[in-house]
Design a protein around this ligand. Structure first.
Ligand code: UTP
Length: 281
């Protein structure tokens, strides 16, 4: 079992300005339906954390930066607030918050500060002291993947256990220019990964949930600034390929839902998709 999850949430979220000037984009709400079909609004990051917790992860490392205190506050149980809610008779919300707080209490949560937003790859690199020598999962704090019974996490971990040093989730999209993409050969092996390609050279877009061996840290160290003048994780994965190490991937079926809040349009789609979601975890 992989125990450690690294969740980068220190980006500036410039594509969502001005809402992200003070509010971390990872705290933007999406809809969440419980098993009774009851609908709630939860921050994206809480939905992601709860999903990983329910799957079995208990050690979390959040990468946060300037102006992200709202994230740490949200993940700090506030029992006096629960008392107040209880007195006001808000049972539904008391129950939901209690469940969240119980997951927080039963987890080890480490906060690492990224003082400058030098990129997604750089953010992952900062988790090195937390990861040590273990296999670990990375999930971007601004994306949540929804599938039936954690299908995507299960597949990702199974595929990784076939002996790769990095394993990616991909899904076919019409226009991959806002994403990282993979190019495969005739044997379905990845030969190239590209961050935000200018041309449509492949329709297989990378979803930001990965499993890595610690060798990814060596690859990030060797990675120069790329797209957006930032250290891109996709470029580090390319390094791993260049070094001849095995990178696996899982192609997710169309019905697996990607909730991405990176741009205003994606956010709108994420709200609609999360409201209509009927998958149960
Ligand atoms: P993005 O590249 O989509 O996010 O990062 P961004 O830089 O916040 O957004 P824009 O391009 O300015 O709109 C994907 C994930 O990686 C985190 C983000 O918080 C997001 O969850 N990230 C990104 C970091 O933690 N640090 C960084 O330096 C960059």
């Amino acid at each position: 079992m992989i125990r450690k999850a690294v969740i980068p949430a220190a980006g500036l979220g410039t594509r969502l300005l001005s809402v992200t000037k003070e509010l971390p984009k990872e705290m933007l709400p999406i809809f969440y339906r419980d098993s009774n079909g009851e609908v709630y609004l939860k921050p994206m990051l809480q939905v992601l954390f709860e999903q990983l917790y329910k799957f079995g992860f208990r050690e979390f490392c959040f990468i946060v930066g300037r102006g992200k205190r709202a994230v740490e506050d949200h993940f700090t149980p506030d029992y006096s607030f629960l008392d107040l809610l209880e007195k006001k008779g808000k049972e539904k919300f008391v129950k939901s918050l209690k469940e969240f707080y119980s997951m927080v209490e039963k987890s080890t949560i480490v906060w690492i500060n990224q003082s400058e937003p030098l990129g997604f790859g750089h953010a992952v690199y900062l988790a090195k002291p937390f990861v040590k020598d273990e296999t670990f999962l990375v999930a971007a704090g601004d994306t949540c993947i929804i599938s039936n019974d954690f299908y995507h996490i299960r597949e990702l971990i199974n595929k990784h256990s076939e002996g790769a040093v990095a394993t990616l989730l991909v899904q076919e999209v019409e226009d991959p220019r806002e994403y990282g993409i993979i190019i495969t050969d005739n044997n379905n092996h990845i030969v190239k990964v590209v961050e935000k390609p200018k041309e449509i050279i492949s329709n297989l877009a990378i979803l930001p949930m990965y499993v890595f061996e610690p060798v990814i840290f060596n690859a990030i160290e060797a990675t120069k600034k790329g797209y957006g003048d930032e250290i891109q994780l996709t470029d580090s994965i390319q390094k791993i390929i260049d070094w001849g190490l095995k990178v696996n991937h899982v192609v997710l079926p169309k019905n697996v839902i990607r909730l991405d809040i990176g741009t205003a349009q994606f956010y709108y789609d994420a709200l609609v998709k999360s409201y209509n979601n009927r998958f149960f975890e």
